[in-house]
Design a protein around this ligand. Structure first.
Ligand code: BGC
Length: 356
């Protein structure tokens, strides 16, 4: 069952393809995913939905996972996919490190779809399917501004930021969105980062790793004295659910209890994090429906394989440093305890079988 709320909008723009495929109908699609972690989205959601949608349309699918976000492994895997496939769907670990293989794909007239993460500084990308990460950042920050009542409170609030991996273009964009909303509050002293770790080089989470976030939170708590009865930590902007879970693990060890955690953001509506939201531990998560992303990606590939005209809702595209990449953007939903049921359960995103 699909979401009751209409979260996709289709524009009328059309982008005509100048590429061709050797086998016009059934194509071989190579999908390159950044990691193979069971509990993270790429392995358990995106690759499953993509395979399903593409196979339903009669295409053959080959999926590679780059171990633990290993850039060299992904480079080798993409090189191999370029040699053997008609289309590529890539979630880059490092938005710039695949450009050699991508040039090869371009010469072979293979269409590349940049999926969820933008491939930077390359001409070899035909479409982007994903979300607007700047908007995700500003949405997280607005949520915090609202929850902490920053507009009318007199006491300054304390916040710490747990960004994503700095090599991921989404991290740069989320950071931009967060700061565009929070900067005025920092400037007038209503919001403080006591650690002063406000630059991405300081607050990034290498490989988006939960463990990395856990250790950093542990260190910050020690250095700043954050504790249930110590210095108050009012909010944590965590760029995704895995980093939020790392932060939560550390805070729990310090004695934080359900209902008394700081405001904590997240992204992905990971099953484990949804139960933390239901239990008043994590405050919210940004939901990007991977089912919609898979359907849109499969539609674009299928249309190209039939040499027909592709329509996307942002034909003017998103600039990747080299060109404007025509984009199909998926709307996002803020999930809190109040709307978990309609958005995630009633839509069939979380079912009894996949709840664990
Ligand atoms: C994605 C997030 C994901 C993160 C870690 C980001 O690029 O947008 O949804 O949680 O990577 O895999």
């Amino acid at each position: 069952m699909r979401l009751t709320k209409k979260i996709l909008s289709f524009g009328i723009g059309a982008v005509l393809s100048s590429f061709c495929v050797t086998n016009a109908e059934a194509a071989k699609v190579g999908i390159s995913m950044p990691n193979d972690h069971l509990q993270l989205r790429w392995f358990s959601s995106d690759s499953v939905y993509l395979k399903d949608e593409l196979e339903k349309l009669g295409h053959e699918v080959v999926i590679t996972y780059a171990g633990d976000n290993d850039i060299l492994t992904q480079t080798r895997q993409v090189e191999n996919l370029v040699d053997t496939c008609d289309f590529l769907v890539i979630v880059p670990i490092d938005s710039k490190s695949l450009n050699y293989s991508l040039d090869k794909a371009y010469k072979k007239k293979i269409h590349v779809i940049s999926y969820d993460r933008m491939l930077r500084d390359t001409k070899s990308v035909s479409y982007y399917v994903g979300t607007d990460s700047k908007q995700i950042g500003s949405t997280m920050a607005k949520y915090v501004v609202d929850k902490l009542r920053l507009m009318d409170r007199n006491q300054p609030a304390n916040i710490e930021i747990f960004a994503g991996d700095i090599n991921d273009e989404n991290t740069i964009d989320i950071d931009y969105g967060v700061n565009s909303v929070l900067r005025p509050f920092f400037e007038i002293g209503k919001l403080n980062i006591l650690s002063h770790e406000s630059a991405l080089k300081q607050n990034q989470t290498v490989k988006w790793s939960k463990q990395y976030a856990r250790e950093r939170m542990q260190r910050l708590a020690k250095e700043q004295g954050y504790a249930p009865k110590g210095k108050k930590l009012d909010a944590v902007i965590a760029f995704n659910d895995a980093t939020a879970r790392g932060v939560i693990d550390s805070l729990r060890k310090l004695g934080y209890k359900e209902g008394y955690y700081p405001v904590i953001t997240g992204q992905d509506c990971n099953r484990l994090s949804v139960s933390l939201i239901e239990n008043d531990v994590q405050s919210m998560s940004i939901f990007k429906d991977e089912r919609k992303m898979a359907i849109e990606t499969a539609r674009i590939i299928d249309t190209l394989s039939k040499k027909k005209m592709v329509t996307v809702n942002h034909p003017e595209g998103i600039n990747n440093g080299f060109k404007n990449v025509p984009s199909q953007l998926i709307d996002v939903v803020v999930v809190t305890k109040d709307n978990v049921k309609p958005v995630l359960y009633d839509s069939g995103y979380i079912t009894e079988e996949n709840a664990e």
